[in-house]
Design a protein around this ligand. Sequence first.
Ligand code: BTN
Length: 250
Amino acid sequence: KILANTIFLGKDVHFLPECHSTNDIALNLVRQKRALEGSIVICDHQSKGKGQRGNSWSSQAGQNLTFSLILRPDFMDITEQFYLNMAISNSLKQMLQDYVPTIEVKWPNDLVVPGYGKIGGILIENTFSGKEWEFAVVGIGLNVNQVDFESNRASSIKLITGSEINLEELFRLLITQIEQGYIQLKKGKWKEIKQEYLMNLYRKEIWANYSSNGEQFEGKIVGISADGKLKIELKNAEIAVFGLKEISFL
Ligand code: BTN
């Protein structure tokens, strides 16, 4: 039984030992009109976890956290959806820095630890009713106790700190922090959310290598546009703006 110190988040938890993707199950609940704001789908082992940009998300059974939150951000316009992304990223970073102080958020919402790699990611999928934003399914994958990975760009809290973490306790702390972040969003604290996001952004104000359309270049992240695109200063002092599939970090 999961007892978190929250107002609405996680009061209704669907726990499954095995599933294909918690995001897909949450989206189904929404389609079947069985979703409540704050419901969570959590699963010990996802057989077909989904990542950003059509990638897959793999996670060893019982070692990590893979879950999806159902939110109803109908107080926002769909054009403002990047703020939900920022609020969730901020909450995760705030909570996880107690375990890993050097954790950063890599645009748009990867949780990375410089020198080690990526330890978590977020995949938000929205549903609409007509032109209105209806539900947001916020999928979170976090590598906690897994110690072997196929990719050398992936890591986990245990690999970094050496200690095993109680998953239930971490889950409770995370949803408490996420609820705080969501309440901040609901109160319209846009400026604060964006400021905090930028403050924690991986590679902000640092010259580094990127590629776009098969072309490599040096650039420096200088900000985020209102719709969540990355603003990069180029060597010729121009500012270029890139969307999700338009740029890769090298
Ligand atoms: C990424 O960084 O590419 C996003 C990864 C998101 C993975 C989580 S795990 C729980 C939820 N269900 C999914 O199928 N994906 C998300």
